[in-house]
Design a protein around this ligand. Structure first.
Ligand SMILES: NC(=O)c1ccc[n+]([C@@H]2O[C@H](COP(=O)([O-])OP(=O)(O)OC[C@H]3O[C@@H](n4cnc5c(N)ncnc54)[C@H](OP(=O)(O)O)[C@@H]3O)[C@@H](O)[C@H]2O)c1
Length: 267
């Protein structure tokens, strides 16, 4: 495990908290050189200082909801260490609201942050990976990228879109030695639900029971490192729990899952 990440140059978005923060610690502890992105510079500074090798960490603040600013960020990211080996697309927001009550603004904002920003950054970085004949895209999707349950329409749509885009990309760039790993986490204990958009684009502002009972982020990071090292095309991250069973049912017994789904209201 250790050798795979030593001196690798890894760009992580959404590194100012939760899964991205835990990944930064796990990768720094294994000798990686990191570029950490998110909007909140003070939080990125905190994460940098808590990394095992802070002097091997560059901070690159960015806003995933501002697509026009993102292409230049790729140029800046490559300049940080003169190279990028792995891009971890992880930054994102979630949503909790019924379709019938959800404003279009919410659908558009979730799609912009959770899907279009990933496309913009990938399109800008791809020619560099292709020229090097090397590179690894790691994408934090979600179990909601594979299933549909109440109150998650905007989020599930954006995460499903990631699978379509990155499955196609994987097929296109195999010959260029570029890998694509899509992560489908179940519930992971982070602050994500505090910022979940509700029907009118305001944050939920309270913790979710499911998330509070989820896998701690540091343990999720260890599972993610294994998936990256294996070069898995898709990997479930989380406890062995209802989310994992839901994935299995959707694939092998979709009719059964469709009967259960209406009862799966997030807590
Ligand atoms: N926690 C779970 O149960 C779970 C399950 C499945 C999938 N996921 C996915 O895991 C990823 C990380 O989420 P998390 O659980 O670690 O939540 P989190 O602690 O809330 O972290 C979200 C990260 O995304 C960044 N972010 C949000 N909006 C952004 C924007 N407009 N521009 C730039 N960065 C932005 C945040 O940084 P700033 O606020 O500093 O910008 C933060 O670093 C997300 O893609 C999420 O969908 C989480």
């Amino acid at each position: 495990m250790n050798n795979h990440f030593k001196n690798k140059i890894i760009w992580i978005t959404g590194a100012s908290s939760g899964i991205g923060e835990a990944l930064a610690y796990a990768m720094s502890a294994r000798g990686a050189k990191l570029i950490l992105s998110g909007r909140r510079l003070p939080e990125l500074e905190r994460v940098k200082q808590d990394c095992t090798i802070p002097e091997q960490v560059h901070l690159l603040p960015l806003d995933l909801s501002d697509p026009h600013s993102l292409e230049n960020k790729v140029t800046e990211a490559i300049k940080c260490f003169g190279q990028i080996d792995i891009m971890v697309h992880n930054g994102g927001i979630t949503q909790r609201s019924l379709v019938v009550k959800t404003e279009m603004e919410v659908h558009r904002r979730v799609m912009e942050v959770d899907y279009f920003s990933y496309v913009v950054l990938t399109r800008a970085l791809l020619p560099y990976f292709m020229a090097r004949k090397d590179g690894h895209f790691v994408i934090t999707s979600s179990v909601m990228g594979k299933i549909g349950t109440p109150m998650r329409s905007a989020y599930a749509a954006a995460k499903h879109a990631l699978h379509g885009f990155f499955d196609c990309l994987r097929a296109e760039v195999k010959a260029d030695n570029i890998k694509v790993t899509i992560l489908t986490p179940g519930y992971i204990r982070t602050n994500i639900s505090l910022f979940a958009l509700t029907s009118d684009a305001y944050g939920l502002g309270k913790p979710s029971e499911n998330i509070e009972n989820g896998l701690p982020a540091d343990r999720a990071a260890k599972q993610i490192l294994k998936a990256i090292k294996r070069g898995s095309f898709e990997s479930y991250i989380g406890k062995f729990s209802g989310e994992r069973i839901a994935l299995w049912l959707t694939r092998f017994a979709p009719g059964v899952f469709t009967r259960i789904a209406p009862k799966l209201i997030p807590k």
